[in-house]
Design a protein around this ligand. Sequence first.
Ligand code: URA
Length: 216
Amino acid sequence: MLHDPRFPNLFILDHPLIQHKLTHMRMKDTSTRTFRQLLREITQLMGYEITRDLPLTTQRIETPIQSMDAPIIAGRKLAIVPVLRAGIGMSDGLLDLIPSARVGHIGVYRDPETLEPVEYLVRLPDLAERTFILCDPMVATGNSAVYAVNVLKQRGVTDAQIIFLALVAAPEGVKVFQDAHPHVKLYVAGLDNRLDEHAYIVPGLGDAGDRIFGTK
Ligand code: URA
């Protein structure tokens, strides 16, 4: 895991498989089908890393041979919350790993004029003692990511209960995110160079939603 001294709560997952798959996702000729599949696979690998610290307890079980106290994840409940629409491409991979997780949705789009987030849907599971994994592939301006965390915090979810999982971030967006939510951990596969004049990440991978869903 890499750290950038500018961003204390940013974690860059530099596992070779994650980096290799991200490179293929960046290629402009990668098909929709392959892009979607790679995003699912990367999210599984990232999910493996970010759940590393989930607390374990033990349960008394019977194997065919004898009884034992076997490790299981402690009562902590998880919720996966994709930021629509591109976040959906990541929630499938997370659900492969954590099939019993609840799933919420936060629908936000970026106003093309102001670049500010506009909310159109929020549906969340009950909030008690859950860890929320918010997911959205691109942290560009950071405004949608900040907004999504605000949605949870306004309902009483604490910083420590929230993990934000993205694929690629721009430094500008990470700064905005960190200034707004300095204690929320942000995990990415790549920290790119900058935003362009249309708020696309450079070099990035283009419009993640369009590439996942095959739209233009
Ligand atoms: N959203 C995307 O999908 N791609 C970008 O580069 C920036 C925002």
